[in-house]
Design a protein around this ligand. Structure first.
Ligand SMILES: Nc1ncnc2c1ncn2[C@@H]1O[C@H](COP(=O)(O)OP(=O)(O)OP(=O)(O)O)[C@@H](O)[C@H]1O
Ligand SMILES: O=C(O)c1ccc[n+]([C@@H]2O[C@H](COP(=O)([O-])O)[C@@H](O)[C@H]2O)c1
Length: 197
């Protein structure tokens, strides 16, 4: 599939989707991206730089600034920084995923998130539809693993959880399917960077 301004992917390719504000991008994003590629056997990871998280009151820095910084930080041609949500006009993840599945038939998408996001995943718009549409790879983030394991979404999706040893099959699983993997964790956050810490 080739459409101006959108990343290229061919059927069968395994593509991880890391949505985020990236305000700014940091070592934590790099660490989970590398871990996701390795553990979930992904061919690519797309950083979906969000026009604005629907649950965050504060508006982020301008998109071109966030994208330029993310690209400067990256040194891996398998990772693509994209403003695809702005181009598609989607803001809710459920809509973004539906649009991507239409645009890229046969591509194996996996939604990626830090474990802090699993804690509040049940508050996302149509979260069950997201879980029914794509496998989900959750990456441990300091301070949130226990809450993530006991979260509303984790409990509701308990039957669909894979053991870590099967993480490599995630992209080929019929959703709902999810796994929480441990990794050498990064304490970095955009909030801390914005505060100059
Ligand atoms: N250090 C980290 N470890 C694990 N996951 C992370 C880490 N930093 C960010 N993530 C994950 O990356 C995705 C995008 O995160 P985001 O761009 O909001 O960064 P953030 O550091 O969480 O920002 P903020 O501090 O502004 O909330 C989310 O799924 C988040 O859980
Ligand atoms: O769709 C939703 O309701 C929704 C609610 C909260 C967060 N998200 C998405 O989750 C991703 C991580 O957001 P953030 O701001 O924590 O980086 C990003 O792609 C957001 O658009 C999506």
């Amino acid at each position: 599939m080739i459409r101006a301004g959108l990343p290229v992917a061919v059927p069968g390719m395994r593509v991880g989707l890391l949505g985020g504000s990236f305000d700014p991008a940091h070592e934590g994003h790099l660490a989970i991206t590398q871990a996701a590629m390795r553990r979930f056997r992904l061919d690519r990871v797309w950083w979906l730089v969000s026009p604005g998280n629907p649950l965050k009151a504060r508006g982020p820095a301008p998109m071109p600034e966030r994208i330029a910084h993310a690209r400067r930080l990256l040194d891996d041609p398998r990772v693509v920084v994209t403003d695809i949500e702005r181009r598609l006009g989607t803001r809710m993840t459920a809509d973004t995923i539906a649009a991507l599945r239409r645009l890229y038939p046969g591509v194996r998408f996996v939604w990626l998130m830090g474990s802090d996001n699993l804690v509040q995943f049940h508050r996302w718009d149509r979260w069950k539809r997201i879980a029914a549409a794509v496998p989900i790879g959750v990456l441990a983030r300091p301070g949130s693993q226990t809450a993530a394991r006991h979260s509303v979404a984790a409990q509701a999706m308990a039957q669909a959880r894979l053991p870590q040893e099967q993480a490599g099959t995630l992209a080929l699983r019929r959703p709902p399917a999810w796994v929480l993997v441990n990794l050498p964790m990064s304490p970095q956050s955009s909030t801390a960077l914005r505060a100059g810490r």
